[in-house]
Design a protein around this ligand. Structure first.
Ligand code: AQP
Length: 342
């Protein structure tokens, strides 16, 4: 249960570790916009550049990706007046609180994270310490705002549970009720968009195969080609969601369709029951182009004025620090840092 004493506040972030994918859009961004527009929470959204460098990033590409991601947020409907929008490294309290959490979190907790296991793979000895500590920085991102709700895709569920464990251990160790126990918000038909080439793998911006994902900057031809070539099975579409249970590739395309068309999976099944993919794929491609083309056009327009993007980010960081500076100061005081006494 979230403590009622905390102001309802949403925090979430996306890594500028590549271009935005349809997975990021459906699993995260679309939800960011809804939560912003509902108006019941203050909304704080971040380009998590410090997370991105846990694996190698070319500096120029990282700068470009960060600005392009900012353009992607705005083009998708995040309003920098309504929401606080900034890049993580411009608000030093994230990294400062992360250090405290590095001292709260246990090695065993971190070692159990599936993202760490997947990304470090068999070469863990050679992975960066930052990649191992990634979830402690993520906990700091969230808790340095005392955020009560975090919209994310399914893949981040385990990290959110760890965030709750870190908050609870901090509160317990220091006998305070300082950090909220944050609620994950994982909702909708597309909380886990899968690769177009392999229905058992998540669609990811760092997948070496460009055909595995739809990038938010893909043009209509590329979107249609990737959907046409998406892996499927030879059976026609079933008449109910249950019929998709053992058909991951088919289920993925239906989930994408449902999410883009704002329908439930059952409503989509009622429409497309018995259809072959030869018919369904062009329908999906048309819908994807209709929904994504305005976003990519607007991203390209925003990217023409880099100074304006930098101004938005700087203003967002200033607003963010109004929240983070007092929370970090209080955390320093709680752990016993001289100079931080209130
Ligand atoms: N395939 C996905 N389906 C649904 N949601 C997704 N998200 C990412 N991929 C999918 C959600 O997008 C938000 C931002 O993710 P991120 O950029 O911080 O990192 P990630 O989850 O590791 O995403 P990628 O695309 O796979 O990045 P790389 O390749 O750099 O690791 C999160 O809310 C995430 O759940």
């Amino acid at each position: 249960m979230t403590e009622p004493a905390f102001t309802p506040r949403v925090f979430s972030g996306i890594q500028p570790s590549g271009g935005l994918t349809l997975g990021n859009y459906l699993g995260a961004l679309k939800r960011f916009v809804t939560m912003q527009d509902e108006g019941s929470h203050e909304t704080v959204y971040c380009m998590v550049d410090l997370h991105a460098i846990t694996v190698w990033q070319d500096p120029e590409t990282l700068r470009r990706n960060t600005r392009e991601l900012c353009a992607g947020f705005i083009a998708s409907g995040v309003d920098p007046e309504k929401s606080i929008l900034f890049n993580q490294s411009a608000v030093p309290e994230h990294a400062q609180l992360a250090w405290i959490f590095n001292c709260v979190a246990r090695m065993g907790w971190m070692g159990r994270m599936t993202q760490w296991k997947d990304k470090a793979g068999k070469n863990a000895e050679n992975a960066s310490l930052g990649l191992f500590g990634y979830p402690a920085l993520m906990a700091a991102d969230i808790l340095v705002y005392h955020a009560t709700h975090v919209p994310v895709g399914e893949d981040q569920k385990q990290h959110l549970e760890l965030t709750r464990d870190i908050a609870a251990k901090f509160n317990h160790d220091y006998k305070v009720d300082f950090f909220p126990i944050t609620e994950p918000v994982i909702e909708g038909a597309a909380t886990r968009v899968m690769s177009l080439r392999d229905g058992s793998k998540k669609m990811s911006k760092s997948d070496p195969s460009d055909a595995s994902r739809i990038n938010m900057t893909d043009d209509a031809d590329a979107i249609a080609r990737k959907i046409r070539k998406a892996k499927t099975d030879p059976e026609p579409l079933p008449d109910s969601a249950e019929g998709l249970a053992d058909r991951p590739e088919a289920r993925n395309l239906v989930n994408i369709y449902a999410s883009l068309s704002e329908k439930t999976v059952d409503q989509v099944m009622a429409e497309v029951a018995g259809q072959q993919f030869g018919l369904f794929k062009p329908m999906l491609a048309d819908l994807a182009v209709e929904k994504l083309a305005p976003i990519s056009t607007e991203m390209a327009r925003l990217m023409e004025d880099q100074a304006e993007i930098d101004k938005i980010l700087a203003r967002g960081a200033e607003r963010a620090r109004e929240i983070t500076a007092p929370i970090l100061a209080k955390a320093y005081e709680i752990v016993g840092m001289v100079g931080a006494e209130g």
